[in-house]
Ligand binder design. Structure first.
Ligand code: ATP
Ligand code: MG
Length: 407
C-alpha cells in the first residue's frame, strides 16, 4: 500500500531518511507516527528506525544528542526539528517481565518490527510513502483491532506494560482488543505488579482520557488488570460505577482522577494518599482533591460565593464541565459571570493586610490574626462588608472587642 499524500511532518523529515540512505543504510518512519498518519491524525513525534548503528548515525549528522544510546537511540537535530533515530534492534531475555535485559542491534527491519507490541504499531513507511506491513497491521487498523504481534502470551510475558498499552490504545483509538490478545491479558494481568507504578500511571491516565474510554476501561476491569494497579484492588463496585458514567471523553487529567475518585467513594482525607500511590505530582494531587471537593459541593446545588471563591474561575469551569457526567448541564457563562461579580477574587485583593491589622490592633501576632482575616475575607465575599479599608478596620475593632481571638 502506498500513501497518496505524505503528511507534512514526514515530508519535513524526508531529508533525514535520504541522508542515511546516501550512506548506504536503510531508514524508515516507524511506530506511532505511521499509525497516526494512516488514521489521518497528526503525530506529535516522528520516529525513525535505521540499519545504521548509533555511532554511524553520529558520523552522518553534525548535530546529535545521545539520548538513549544503550538502546540505540540518537537524537538528530535537523533543520529546525529533531528526530529520534533508533537502530533496528531485537530484545532478548526478559527475566523480570519488564524491559529487556539485553538489546541487540540488527541490520534487519523485519527483526525490529517483530519486537514491537501491536500490529498497528509495527508498520513502517519508506521515503516513497510505501507502507511495509509484515503483520497485517493495515487490516487491523482498518477494522479497529488491537492485536499483539506474534504470540500474545509470550509478548505480555516478556513485557507486562504492553497489557496496559493495549488497553489505552483501545480507549484512545476506539479499537477493540482481539480475543486471543484479550485472553492473554487476562492470563498475565498479575505480572503488572512487576512494572513500576510510574509507567503504569502514564498508560492509565492516557486510558482515562481516551476518546472512547469504555473501550479500554471495560476490558481493564474484565481482565482484572485493576487488581494489580495502585489502590484499586478492593474497588470493583466503584470501578463499575465509573465505567457506567456517560462515555464522553474527559478533557483533562485532573478531571479524570476526580471522577474516578468520586465514583470509588474515596473519603476526602484519603484522596491524597490514594493519588500518592499513583505517584502523581503534588500539583496534580492538590488539583484533583480540590476538584473533588468543588464537584461534590456543586452537585448539591448552585455555587455558593465562598465555594466559587475557593475554587477560582479555572477550577470552577472544570467542575461545570464535569456536570454532564451526572446528566446535568454545566453553566459555563453563568459561572464566569458569578465569579467576576465576586467582590474579591483572591485574598491579596482584600483591602487590608495582616500587617495593617497588627498595627491597628496592638496585639502580638498569633492565631487571632489568621482567624480575623478569614472572617473578614468571608464577610467580604458574602457581601456582608464592603471591601473598603476603613470599613474593615472598624469591623475588626468591633470583633476584637466582642470576641476573644485566642492565640
Ligand atoms: P503515542 O502516540 O502515545 O506516542 P506510540 O505508539 O508512538 O504512541 P511510544 O511509546 O512513543 O508509543 O512508542 C513508539 C513505538 O515503539 C510504538 O509504536 C511501538 O512500535 C514501540 N513500543 C513502545 N513501547 C513498546 C513496548 N513496551 N513493547 C514493544 N514495543 C513498544
Ligand atoms: Mg510515540
Amino acid at each position: 500500500m502506498k500513501l497518496d499524500i505524505m503528511p507534512e511532518e514526514f515530508v519535513k523529515a524526508l531529508g533525514v531518511i535520504k541522508e542515511i540512505e546516501l550512506h548506504g543504510f536503510e531508514a524508515y518512519f516507524v511506530g506511532g507516527s505511521v499509525r497516526d498518519a494512516l488514521l489521518g491524525k497528526k503525530s506529535h513525534d516522528v520516529d525513525i528506525a535505521t540499519s545504521a548503528y548509533p555511532e554511524e548515525i553520529k558520523r552522518i549528522f553534525k548535530r546529535t544528542v545521545d539520548v538513549g544510546i544503550d538502546h540505540g537511540t540518537v537524537l538528530v537535530l535537523y533543520e529546525d526539528s529533531q528526530y529520534e533515530i533508533t537502530t533496528f534492534r531485537t530484545e532478548s531475555t526478559y527475566q523480570d517481565f519488564r524491559r529487556p535485559d539485553k538489546v541487540t542491534f540488527v541490520r534487519s527491519l523485519e527483526e525490529d518490527l517483530k519486537r514491537r507490541d501491536f500490529t498497528i504499531n509495527a508498520l513502517a513507511l519508506d521515503k516513497e510513502g510505501t507502507v511495509i506491513d509484515l503483520f497485517h497491521g493495515l487490516d487491523d487498523l482498518k477494522n479497529g483491532v488491537i492485536r499483539a504481534v506474534g504470540n500474545p502470551k509470550e509478548r505480555f510475558h516478556e513485557d507486562a506494560l504492553r497489557m496496559m498499552r493495549g488497553l489505552r490504545f483501545a480507549s484512545q483509538l476506539d479499537f477493540t482488543i482481539e480475543t486471543e490478545t484479550l485472553k492473554a491479558i487476562y492470563t498475565f494481568h498479575e505480572l503488572l505488579s512487576k512494572i513500576s507504578v510510574e509507567r503504569i500511571s502514564v498508560e492509565f491516565s492516557k486510558l482515562l482520557l481516551g476518546n472512547n474510554r469504555q473501550k479500554g476501561f471495560s476490558p481493564f476491569i474484565e481482565t482484572e488488570c485493576y487488581r494489580n494497579c495502585p489502590g484499586l484492588a478492593e474497588h470493583l463496585k466503584g470501578l463499575l460505577r465509573f465505567s457506567e458514567l456517560p462515555n464522553f471523553p474527559i478533557e483533562e487529567e485532573r478531571q479524570a482522577w476526580a471522577l474516578l475518585i468520586k465514583e470509588l467513594s474515596v473519603p476526602n482525607k484519603e484522596i491524597r494518599l490514594f493519588l500518592k500511590k499513583w505517584k502523581l505530582s503534588n500539583q496534580m494531587m492538590h488539583e484533583t482533591a480540590e476538584l473533588v471537593y468543588c464537584l461534590n459541593k456543586r452537585l448539591e446545588g448552585a455555587w455558593l460565593p465562598e465555594d466559587l471563591y475557593r475554587a477560582g474561575l479555572d477550577r470552577a469551569l472544570a467542575v461545570e464541565k464535569l456536570l454532564s457526567f451526572y446528566n446535568l448541564k454545566g453553566k459555563l457563562k453563568e459561572t464566569e459571570e458569578q465569579f467576576l461579580a465576586l467582590p474579591i477574587k483572591e485574598r491579596k485583593h482584600l483591602a487590608i493586610t495582616g500587617n495593617d491589622l497588627m498595627t491597628i490592633i496592638d496585639r502580638k501576632p498569633g492565631k487571632w490574626l489568621g482567624l480575623l482575616i478569614d472572617y473578614l475575607e468571608k464577610s467580604v465575599i458574602n457581601n456582608e462588608i464592603p471591601n473598603d479599608k476603613e470599613m474593615l478596620i472598624s469591623c475588626s475593632k468591633k470583633i476584637i472587642e466582642q470576641q476573644d481571638f485566642q492565640g
